[in-house]
Design a protein around this ligand. Structure first.
Ligand SMILES: NC(=O)c1ccc[n+]([C@@H]2O[C@H](COP(=O)([O-])OP(=O)(O)OC[C@H]3O[C@@H](n4cnc5c(N)ncnc54)[C@H](O)[C@@H]3O)[C@@H](O)[C@H]2O)c1
Length: 331
């Protein structure tokens, strides 16, 4: 298969390397508006380089992968869909609800498959959790606890265009929770502080968050977020139900130090999302190739992304207004 990749920055270059490793991928055409980035990756991977998005499309790839900064995602997805190409796009699809809704309608009318890059859906632990909820082993879900803590805070240039804690970072949890528990998030009560770096304050963002989410059947979620954890990159989940209590991410590399016992075998804690989700990133691209071959429908749709963005907007409103916000009130 021939894959066109737009954006070969931090994640796009990793995507290109992952694609290059997959047996089905024979050709890559890369484009980044920073020419030196695409040529460096193309040289390493023996890929072709295009000078524009149009040139990527003209190269007649079988599918398109969009890994640019968030601000251009929606327009580029639209271009791919108009060309009739199956598209993989990094999260979030847009920071704007109306733009996401428009794209959702366009994608649905076109019949073209678009997969949004929520790689946690391909993590073995999260998949097992979902299976246990869906096969009834956990019984009625009472409580969920989730942690999303970065190792080091990003630079201010990133904070400025990221969309903030909820649309950039917690969007992962807002996507994952309904997918695992099988219930939409209906209400959000969010609070936040700036404790890590004043750059977040300057950009109108927070770096430390706690939120209580209510799911459609009454289960409660307690979610915490931080842009700094000195030990590493920490993503964990606990599910407590009437039938069982389980956790995801509490393995020997979890970047938190138990005080009563020694960490087993001196395992190095996870430091980055590449480290924590390496297998999941690969698995989601393997799945995308199946989407591109027409074997399956997108496992992570624009419609679902629109829903998770609504939750992120509700969280922002709650943070500002100091009150619980119903997700249905976000239009
Ligand atoms: N799923 C995840 O865990 C995860 C992790 C990190 C980033 N992301 C998402 O991936 C995206 C990229 O993040 P990153 O950290 O790689 O950013 P980055 O800034 O390192 O890379 C973005 C690249 O896109 C290029 N670019 C920007 N606009 C372009 C355009 N219109 N046409 C062509 N090239 C363009 C830039 O020159 C740059 O090389 C973001 O949307 C981010 O939210 C997802």
């Amino acid at each position: 298969m021939h894959i066109g990749i737009i954006g070969t920055g931090r994640l796009g270059s990793f995507r290109a390397r992952t694609m290059r490793d997959l047996a089905d991928v024979t050709n890559l055409t890369l484009y980044d508006r920073n020419w030196s980035k695409s040529t460096a990756v193309a040289h390493e991977l023996e890929a072709m380089v295009a000078g524009s998005v149009e040139e990527v499309i003209d190269a007649k790839p079988d599918a398109l992968l969009i890994s640019t900064s968030t601000v251009d995602h929606a327009t580029l997805v639209e271009t791919g869909v108009e060309a009739g190409l199956p598209v993989f796009c990094e999260k979030p699809i847009s920071l704007d609800l109306a733009a996401t809704e428009r794209l959702m309608q366009q994608v649905s009318a076109s019949g073209v498959q678009v997969q949004v890059g929520f790689q946690r859906r391909f993590d073995m632990g999260f998949r097992m959790a979902r299976e246990k909820v869906f096969n009834g082993e956990l019984g009625r879900i009472y409580l969920v606890r989730m942690v999303g803590h970065d190792h080091e805070p990003p630079p201010e240039s990133f904070i400025k265009r990221s969309g903030g804690m909820y649309k950039d970072m917690h969007i992962h949890e807002f996507d994952l929770i309904p997918w695992i528990v099988g219930q939409p998030i209906v209400e959000v009560y969010a609070s936040g502080s700036v404790l890590v770096d004043q750059a977040f304050q300057r950009q109108g963002d927070v770096d430390t968050t706690a939120a209580v989410l209510k799911l459609a059947e009454g289960a409660l979620v307690v979610l915490t977020g931080s842009r700094h954890n000195p030990l590493g990159y920490d993503v964990r989940m606990e599910l407590h139900g009437s039938g069982d209590s389980v956790s995801v991410g509490w393995d020997k590399r979890a970047p938190i130090r138990p005080l009563e016992t020694e960490r087993e075998g001196g395992s190095a804690p996870y430091l980055t999302f590449f480290d924590r989700f390496n297998d999941a990133y690969r698995a989601e691209l393997v799945e995308f190739l199946r989407v591109a071959r027409g074997e399956i429908e997108s496992p992570s749709t624009v419609k679902e992304s629109w829903q998770s963005l609504r939750v992120a907007v509700a969280a922002e409103m709650s943070l500002i207004d100091h009150r619980p916000v119903s997700v249905n009130s976000v239009v």
